[in-house]
Design a protein around this ligand. Sequence first.
Ligand SMILES: [Zn+2]
Ligand SMILES: [Zn+2]
Length: 280
Amino acid sequence: MQLAYEVLDQILLTLWHVLPWLAGLSLAFAVLSRWSPCNEGRPWWEKRGLVTDLCYWVLAPIFTRYLRIWVTVALTMVLFGITDGQEIANFYENGHGPLSQLPLWAQGILYLVLTDFALYWIHRGFHRGFLWKYHAVHHASEDLEWTSAARFHPVNLALGTGLVDIVMLLCGVSPWIFVVIGPFNTISSCLVHANLNWTFGPLRYVVSSPVFHRWHHVADVRDKNFSGTFALWDVMFGTFHMPAHELPRNYGIADKQMPEGLVPQLLYPIMQREPVEQAA
Ligand SMILES: [Zn+2]
Ligand SMILES: [Zn+2]
């Protein structure tokens, strides 16, 4: 019973935080996608998989919040020998060690560049072997939209954004940088999934754009455009793909057995014996 209340409490708390974001983003992308769509068709609220996407908008923040707290506390006990809850909170309040001595803006930039570099390689890893079946959940959207930005399996979250956040906190960056980085990540990840024909012109080789990331989701384009924020990593490591005068279309994965709905998708990768085949 206690657990049920806790779960309900977390869902309500998350909705309280997420709903204003969803309202703002809904309106912004409704207008922008009508003005400069990448692919003609129905508006985002009529796309297939919308309900599944919205469920991930509630699940992902709850999972990430618990993961970040539990793993950080456990590792703090092991690595720094601090066991008292209040002392752990004090230890992280403004960061610790040399990194926390830098100005907050410098910590923010360092965080953005280092984690984006790490996430580029983690993302490449998720397109290989047994990890692909967890990441395939993110690629399953056939009507790719800004709402797909939250669609990640917990295993993908834990070994992706969750992992890099925890490592950076353990290294000493101030949690205050998340006040700016958190909203930035939400907006930029929704933007790159949005149905927009934006390429960012000459900046396309440096910053990820909607067209850049939508190419990553094209069913028959393989192992291209892994970068999160900085497309520069793909240019540097030979995985950049943005054909001139052409827009991406036909999204999804080769595995048509992938179910729709939150719970079936959470279970599907775990039930697979063999890695499901990557979209080819
Ligand atoms: Zn991917
Ligand atoms: Zn994506």
